[in-house]
Write a protein that binds this ligand. Structure first.
Ligand SMILES: C[S@@+](CC[C@H](N)C(=O)[O-])C[C@H]1O[C@@H](n2cnc3c(N)ncnc32)[C@H](O)[C@@H]1O
Length: 210
């Protein structure tokens, strides 16, 4: 009973948070980070987890655990409408990019970045995470539960290939880590932080990679 009550309270808080974000941040500037679009999940037959926006409080807690300087680079794999990228721009990353497989989301992200005058600093492109061939250019990779296990395996394989080709300090941030066991199975990822979030009730794992 208490669990149900907690779930209900969190849901109300989440709605209030996204409403306030829309009212005071999105609407006045003509931005669209609208928080939920699960239609792509149905269209893709479950190969795409759908679009859900990561709340700012979660990102703040995650970023506070990273050591970032102007040499650091950040890639949001499955960037959706670009909210994570906008928050990443407050950190001293030298390079910030996002890719998403859904071109409509990338168009919205590009419009958002242009409204916020961040289009010079951040690049977003349409791309499939399992085919992307520039992982070697990034040392911080962010994922917010973008895809299910069969796609995640392909992504992990590609990421490790990039690390073997360009050895570097690599940090992977995985929020709502439903495929965490796949990362553990390959034996090259080590959890350095676990970050909880009250609003979403999700956690994020921050891994270092060998
Ligand atoms: C849960 S949303 C996260 C959006 C954003 N990162 C955030 O936290 O606000 C996951 C995104 O991953 C994208 N996605 C799913 N499969 C993908 C793939 N194979 N390659 C690239 N992006 C993908 C979806 O289209 C969706 O926009």
């Amino acid at each position: 009973m208490q669990q149900l009550k907690d779930l209900f309270i969190r849901r109300i808080y989440r709605r209030i948070y996204f409403f306030i974000r829309w009212l005071f941040f999105e609407k006045p500037f003509g931005l669209d980070f609208h928080s939920r679009d699960l239609s792509v999940r149905c269209q893709s037959g479950g190969r795409n987890s759908g679009y859900v926006s990561c709340p700012k409080s979660f990102l703040k807690d995650i970023f506070s655990r990273l050591s970032i300087d102007s040499q650091s680079s950040f890639l949001d794999v499955g960037c959706g409408k670009g909210f994570v990228l906008v928050c990443a721009a407050k950190m001293p990353f030298g390079k910030i990019e996002g890719i998403d497989i859904v071109s409509e989301f990338v168009e919205v992200a590009q419009k958002n970045l242009s409204i916020l005058h961040l289009d010079d600093r951040i690049r977003v492109t349409v791309g499939d995470a399992t085919l992307f061939d520039r992982y070697g250019e990034f040392d911080h990779i962010f994922l917010y539960n973008p895809f299910p296990a069969e796609i995640m395996s392909g992504f992990i394989h590609r990421l490790l290939e990039s690390l073997d080709k360009s050895p570097r300090g690599l940090t992977v941030i995985y929020a709502n880590p439903v495929c965490h066991s796949l990362f553990m199975e390959v034996g090259r990822f080590e959890i350095i932080h676990e970050v909880p979030n009250f609003l979403t009730q999700h956690k994020a794992y921050i891994y270092t990679v060998r």
